[in-house]
Design a protein around this ligand. Sequence first.
Ligand SMILES: NC(=O)c1ccc[n+]([C@@H]2O[C@H](COP(=O)([O-])OP(=O)(O)OC[C@H]3O[C@@H](n4cnc5c(N)ncnc54)[C@H](OP(=O)(O)O)[C@@H]3O)[C@@H](O)[C@H]2O)c1
Length: 316
Amino acid sequence: MAEKKVIAVAGATGAQGGGLVRAILSDPSGGFAARALTRNVNSEKAKELAKLGAEVVAADVENVESLKKAFQGAYGAYCVTFFWEHFSPEKELSQASNMAHAAKHAGVQHVIWSTLEDTRKWVPLSDNRMPTLMGKYKVPHFDAKAEADHMFTELGLPVTFLLTSFYWDNLIHFGMGPKKGADGKLSFTLPMGDKKLPGIAAEDIGRCAYGIFKKGREFIGKRVGIAGEHLTGGQMSAALARALGQEVRFNDVPPDVYRSFGFPGAEDLGNMFQFKRDFEQAFCGARNLEFARTLNPALQTFDQWLARNKSHIPLE
Ligand SMILES: NC(=O)c1ccc[n+]([C@@H]2O[C@H](COP(=O)([O-])OP(=O)(O)OC[C@H]3O[C@@H](n4cnc5c(N)ncnc54)[C@H](OP(=O)(O)O)[C@@H]3O)[C@@H](O)[C@H]2O)c1
């Protein structure tokens, strides 16, 4: 049997990378092997991946030499940065640069860069509909990823740009689930009016990425977007109500109110939702559901995700 093509996966103990590692390992005859990158090979999550059959290697995206070693001999590399660990667009840029240089050094044949839109193309810094953040961004965690795109192309890497979507898992891990009001009733807050939010089960991002690697050269040099469904806040609230068996009101607040919530990243997220609201067609249009399903036939709908995950959503 031909030797398996190794995919080196950044963020392997996390959402996107973890989904990709599990997708590779659940398809033993697919011709690919998973190399999981982690800063701590002894963590429980790293050990779990090893148990499933991944090659677990130490690497830190802050350290280009560790990445060069981790990418050595790999056919593919999945590159992702971790904005919410540090809230620094500059760190995302330097970490993306590290991964691009390491992929070039290792001669990787297919890189997937997990990126997002540069919102400043739609909302220039001079546009006051939303505040400029950190001096030169509208949505820092989007804009910096897009800014990093050129680092991959300028090195001449065979790269696919993967536009991801809002994880429904944010309702579990990111404090975005429905909240109980003074009257004991649940409400789901989304500052998007009647516009649709492309969402996805985080696990499906990795499965779609695996679909891209399996297609060989087809998507090299391309920009592809994925989502599980495009849903309004009202539709998400109705789905939550069905799944939870209780009323869930849709709390449609203006982006200004969302920005003022005060939690770390509230302004960034308020701008992000406003961008998705004001440019619904472009943003949804870049994330084709049928296309995502061709990459990942098991792509979940929000109802399916809820059926599996509703008991994990904290309802405070
Ligand atoms: N939440 C959303 O809705 C959403 C939607 C689209 C895009 N995104 C983007 O997704 C990105 C995060 O991806 P994710 O959700 O898959 O991450 P995640 O679940 O938070 O996982 C991050 C993993 O990355 C590893 N990591 C952190 N810092 C590292 C470093 N310096 N070097 C090497 N590994 C490091 C950690 O593993 P170890 O501790 O094992 O090293 C951790 O398990 C963010 O940039 C965010 O903007 C999020």
